[in-house]
Design a protein around this ligand. Structure first.
Ligand code: THU
Length: 160
């Protein structure tokens, strides 16, 4: 038996204003998208904004459904839209803002496991890392230099 250790590194920005200019803009777009989330059941609204290498910014938000599992997270809404509209473009950065309407969300909210798996597909296909930035409604922003950091031991197409 042998032990394997996997390390991930994250970077924490104390506030929005500390972000690089392009990321601040992306975060603002994510926050705008968040306002249009359809989240009547969870009251938890999420917005995502994606910067592509063709300079396009694509946004999305969570879309819930009376049949709960039929809903979709913001990150997947956004990345599937990007994939459908700009299939040749690479995803450079994703900014995510999440917050509850029932209480103040002042700590960074990372993407769920299913969204990590979805983003991994794009990162692996394009063969370049995707930067992920996530935050609550207010407070610190966490940056991951790649999706791989957030999803060690990924299941991917090489298994098929
Ligand atoms: N949600 C997202 O949009 N992204 C995530 O990464 C986590 C969860 C949404 C799904 C659902 O509409 C609500 O937040 C509560 O789970």
């Amino acid at each position: 038996m042998k032990e394997i250790k996997i390390e991930s590194t994250f970077f924490v920005y104390n506030c929005l204003e500390d972000l690089p200019k392009d990321v601040l803009l992306l975060m603002k777009e994510a926050n705008l998208a968040r306002k249009n989330a359809y989240a009547p059941y969870s009251k938890f609204k999420v917005g995502a904004a994606i910067l592509l290498d063709n300079k396009e910014i694509v946004t999305g938000n969570n879309q819930e459904n009376a049949s709960y599992p039929s809903g979709l997270c913001a990150e997947r809404t956004a990345i599937y839209y990007a994939g459908s509209q700009f299939p040749e473009a690479k995803v450079l950065k994703i900014a995510i803002v999440a917050g509850s309407q029932k209480k103040l969300t002042n700590k960074p909210v990372p993407p769920c496991g299913a969204c990590r798996q979805a983003i991994a597909e794009y990162e692996i296909n394009q063969n370049t890392p995707i930067e992920i930035y996530f935050m609550g409604e207010t407070g610190k922003v966490v940056k991951s230099n790649s999706l791989a950091n957030l999803l060690p031991l990924v299941f991917d197409k090489s298994e098929l």
